[in-house]
Design a protein around this ligand. Sequence first.
Ligand SMILES: [Zn+2]
Length: 105
Amino acid sequence: MIPRDSNGKFTSGERVFTKEHRENMSKANEKLKEIYSDKEIVWCEMCGTTFGLTFHHRHKRVWYKRKMKLLAEFDQTILICLKCHQRIEYNREEHHKVFNKLRGW
Ligand SMILES: [Zn+2]
């Protein structure tokens, strides 16, 4: 039994994700790699490094659960390094600022 909050939403992190969901995530990653290399974005969009790059999504992963197609959308993602990722992961204000600047709303 997965715990839910009063709105019926799941409260525990990774258990929300099914095998299918994880497969969609990795498919989305493959597609994003193509999109970004087509656009020739091959560095961290925040600091410019080419080391330790990772896609960062605009919304929390659970938000995409019923909108899987959006996972592979350019506008939903930025390419950043692990260091910058850590910097904005738990800083929603900074996160919004970065997305606003790079992708608009
Ligand atoms: Zn960076």
